[in-house]
Design a protein around this ligand. Structure first.
Ligand SMILES: [Zn+2]
Ligand SMILES: [Zn+2]
Ligand SMILES: [Zn+2]
Length: 353
């Protein structure tokens, strides 16, 4: 099998084809790099079309100018065309030039190597320059990393010379970046809002569990109407929520103003009973939560709920299903029963039903 030479000088000996004419690659500094045309053509389709295009369109001296980048970068580039390799030191020194050359001369392996190397070397200072180059060279992965870095560190980036230069010379790119930052910020806000809402639905779902548990099993200070009170004072597993609900239930039982006269606390509890009734799956005769049957009857009579309420019901039902799935999974893992609940003689019949 024929081995590809690793450098232009080795090419002469390795190919054994001393009669073939060399191409001279000429750099901006006037350096001439001899190179084997077949090797250049096999590594780059752009060079292939330059090399094999009819002679009248190009210099009779077999010269290919590669200008606008340092001479050493061109040497590294030609070396890569021969060997498919370049060192980390080369990447450190000429990464941006090699990216440009790999784009212009269509050398995908070098382009991917440069993209990775430049991503690893992104800094606040160089990010704007690299971003502009990534855009010019159609390197989307690199471009995205740059925009994200600018977006996450905008205060620092806007102080750099690169950003100031961009503002003066490329206002469209500046606008594009600012739009990206704006969209990321609104995405962050939306996801913050979603998390907040999710936590509210989970709290309501927990309140629903506690309400059923208070009205069915009883807890520290409120118990169901059909069970004898006991003095078991062990708090249940969701006691912080459960205790608040028990205090509200006790308040409702004693409140003189109640909902009709505008008591906010009674109104809130009333809404929780209504929410329970909307998600309750027990038959009327089995459910011990106050007002459940009354609200269900209202629903059956066709009293239409507003869209917001229906959405709330759907979200809490979903949160309840999710948390019960998580709980059963945890229980399967732990195999430990939940702590027992106490009943302390508060008769739920005293409520507003
Ligand atoms: Zn409890
Ligand atoms: Zn009240
Ligand atoms: Zn119910």
């Amino acid at each position: 099998m024929c081995r590809r030479p690793t450098s232009p000088s080795e090419s002469n000996d390795a190919s054994g084809d001393s009669t073939e004419t060399y191409i001279q690659i000429v750099t901006s500094g006037g350096r001439r790099i001899p190179a084997h045309p077949k090797i250049l053509a096999s590594a780059s389709t752009v060079l292939e079309s330059i090399i094999y295009k009819p002679r009248k369109h190009r210099s009779s001296e077999n010269i290919i100018p590669i200008l606008g980048v340092p001479c050493d970068a061109v040497e590294v580039f030609v070396g890569f065309l021969y060997s498919n390799k370049c060192t980390e030191e080369d990447m450190e020194k000429y990464g941006i030039h090699l990216l440009a050359l790999s784009h212009v001369y269509l050398v995908p392996q070098l382009k991917s190597r440069c993209t990775k190397a430049l991503i690893e070397r992104l800094t606040i200072e160089n990010v704007v320059d690299v971003l502009q180059l990534a855009r010019l060279c159609d390197a989307p992965d690199l471009y995205l990393k740059c925009v994200k870095l600018v977006s996450n560190s905008f205060k620092a980036v806007e102080k750099t010379e690169g950003w100031k230069f961009l503002q003066t010379n490329d206002p469209f790119l500046e606008l594009e970046i600012l739009q990206f930052i704006d969209e990321s910020e609104s995405w962050r806000n939306r996801s913050r809002k979603r998390r907040k809402e999710q936590s509210l639905f989970l709290q309501l779902s927990e309140a629903m569990d506690c309400l059923e548990h208070i009205c069915t099993d009883g807890c520290i200070s409120v118990g169901p109407y059909d069970k004898k009170p006991t003095r078991n004072i062990s708090p249940c597993s969701k006691f912080s929520t459960c205790q608040g609900l028990q205090l509200s239930i006790q308040h409702v039982a004693h409140c003189k103003k109640r909902v009709n006269e505008g008591c906010v606390r009674c109104k809130r509890m009333w809404q929780l009973f209504k929410l329970h009734s909307s998600i309750c799956e027990l038959p009327d005769s089995t459910c011990k939560v106050p007002l459940c049957r009354r609200f269900r009857t209202q629903n059956m009579k066709g009293k239409k709920q507003d869209g917001k309420w229906e959405l709330l019901v759907r979200k809490v039902t979903l949160a309840k299903a999710t948390s019960s799935l998580l709980l059963s999974k945890r229980k399967r893992n732990e195999k430990e029963p939940a702590p027992p609940c106490g009943i302390n003689g508060y008769d739920i019949r005293n409520l507003v039903c």
